[in-house]
Write a protein that binds this ligand. Structure first.
Ligand code: TXA
Ligand code: MG
Length: 314
């Protein structure tokens, strides 16, 4: 069992000693270690059972901190950060030598973001180190959005869980890279494409749906419950699976079987906020099969569809 609390000094001391601490962010909880300490970073991969080819995001408190760990930062990155950070935006930037190759799985660029969570920003300022942190779940499973989720699965492997309540956004950050004056989106997440487009630059989606290990996190199967999950037309799917105990994850509709509505008031933000938590609840229930609706492919609906597609039984 790990200790759960809001003690920044304690979390900071553990991180400086090379231990793991789970941290809250506005997207999902992260499993953090000192990004500059290779031995500490190894513990992250071990605790999650994560393959070493899947690179980690580093979390920092400010744009000045980004400059400590990244070089050749394009002007457009500064502009994006000014508009969307702290927030659910992760940028791929050329790494400086201080960032261990283990963090980036040997890639020349490092993923960096400034999380929008008061406790974690305080921790980052106190500890004065970049924190490498993937989502705090066993590799391939649903990401955690509260401390109970973290404790249930990784409690035995973490010294301390910093309790920051329920994650406001509920899906992971949007990952972008830069090519000339274009923004390349590598993972659809909490920062909507439509918001990125208001920025006035060309936005190109380059979402990987293969099992190409060059772009993990984008692995085709990810974010998955243990129960079979099918996405599509619910009435059709109910017919196909008749005889089984079925539960449905819907946007706002109700069906002839047990249904969890992600947002009865049809709000995509609320739906994203509830997504992983409801998915876990159904996974832990006595249902045999989970069915999920396809969401409108706009704003956070795109991130929800992306996660459901990857979580679905292939
Ligand atoms: O919202 C989030 O981003 C959360 C919170 C904790 O910050 N973190 C998160 O980390 O989702 P993780 O490890 O579950 O996903 C990180 C993904 C990798 O799987 C990979 O696809 C991409 O980020 N990534 C990281 N470093 C990269 C790099 N150098 N080049 C390309 N992709 C990278
Ligand atoms: Mg993850």
């Amino acid at each position: 069992m790990s200790e759960i609390g809001q003690d920044i000094q304690k979390a900071s001391a553990l991180l400086k000693q090379g231990q793991l601490v789970a941290i809250p962010t506005e997207t999902v909880y992260g499993l953090a270690a000192n990004a500059l300490d290779t031995k500490a970073v190894v513990k992250i991969f071990e605790a999650k059972n994560r393959p070493f080819f899947d690179p980690l995001i580093i979390h920092v408190a400010s744009v000045e901190d980004i400059e400590l760990y990244c070089k050749n930062i394009p002007e457009i990155a500064y502009q994006l950060a000014a508009k969307f950070s702290p927030g659910p935006l992760t940028m791929l930037l050329d790494k400086k030598d201080v960032v261990p190759d283990l963090v980036t799985s040997g890639l020349p660029q490092v993923a960096v973001r400034i999380p929008k969570h008061e406790l974690t920003l305080k921790l980052l300022k106190t500890v004065g180190l970049p924190l490498a942190a993937p989502s705090a779940n066993p590799f391939g499973y649903i990401s955690p959005t509260n401390v109970t989720h973290v404790e249930q699965q990784l409690g035995k492997k973490i010294q301390y869980i910093l309790d920051g309540g329920n994650c406001e956004i509920g899906v992971e950050s949007t990952i972008v890279g830069f090519e000339g004056d274009s923004i390349i989106v590598h993972r659809i997440g909490g920062l909507a494409i439509e918001e990125l487009e208001t920025f006035g630059k060309k936005v190109e989606l380059r979402i990987n749906h293969s099992s190409n290990p060059q772009a993990p996190g984008q692995l085709k199967s990810h974010y998955a419950p243990r129960k079979p999950l099918f996405v599509g037309d619910i009435d059709e799917l109910i017919k196909q699976h008749s005889g089984k105990k079925i539960s449905v994850l819907s946007f706002y509709n109700t069906y002839s079987v047990y249904t969890k509505q992600l947002s009865s008031k049809k709000d995509l933000h609320e739906a994203a906020h509830n997504l992983f938590s409801y998915l876990r609840e159904l996974d832990a229930s006595d249902t045999e099969i989970i069915l999920a609706e396809k969401f409108p492919n706009t704003f956070l609906g795109r991130a929800i569809n992306d996660r459901l597609e990857r979580a679905a039984t292939k």
